[in-house]
Design a protein. Structure first.
Length: 154
């Protein structure tokens, strides 16, 4: 299970670096960035991870919105609050995930944030918690709310 989680985190880290500036920040530099700190997403990591995954949907932190507005050059990014029907749809989609995916999300996913006008359907990024190594890595999910209303071919 640890190997699967490490592989997932490694892929997410590599994917988040793709297409960005030629000189990537070091791990030490990343650890200093507010958007890469688990405390930006939850003051109490254990409490956040105790919540059922579908209940981890919340308003996007301002630090995260500012970071992605600047990184993507899209100033219109705004936090989006899903309707009750959209929350139910997300929970239905989540229930259909393979057990290994759900287990990783239960252990590592700090929050799920919907951002209006987000470039693409969504992304997963990482944040550092206290400590070192893979046990200090957590994830957060950013989704464009349009994914809840468009079909796969749209």
């Amino acid at each position: 299970m640890k190997n699967a989680a490490l592989a997932l985190v490694s892929l997410l880290v590599l994917a988040s670096c793709a297409g960005q500036r030629a000189t990537q920040p070091s791990v030490a530099e990343l650890r200093k960035m507010p958007v890469k700190q688990a405390s930006t997403f939850s003051a109490d990591i254990a409490a956040a991870l105790a919540e059922p995954v579908p209940q981890r949907i919340g308003p996007a932190p301002a630090i995260m919105l500012d970071y992605y507005r600047q990184a993507d050059g899209i100033p219109s990014y705004a936090s989006y609050s899903p309707s009750a029907a959209e929350l139910a749809l997300f929970a239905e989609y989540y229930a259909d995930l393979p057990p290994r995916f759900k287990a990783t999300m239960e252990r590592k996913l700090l929050g799920i944030y919907f951002i209006e006008n987000f470039a693409g359907g969504g992304m997963t990024d990482f944040a550092f918690g206290p400590g070192e190594g893979q046990d200090s890595l957590y994830l957060y999910l950013v989704l464009n709310p349009k994914v809840l209303s468009l079909g796969l071919s749209d």
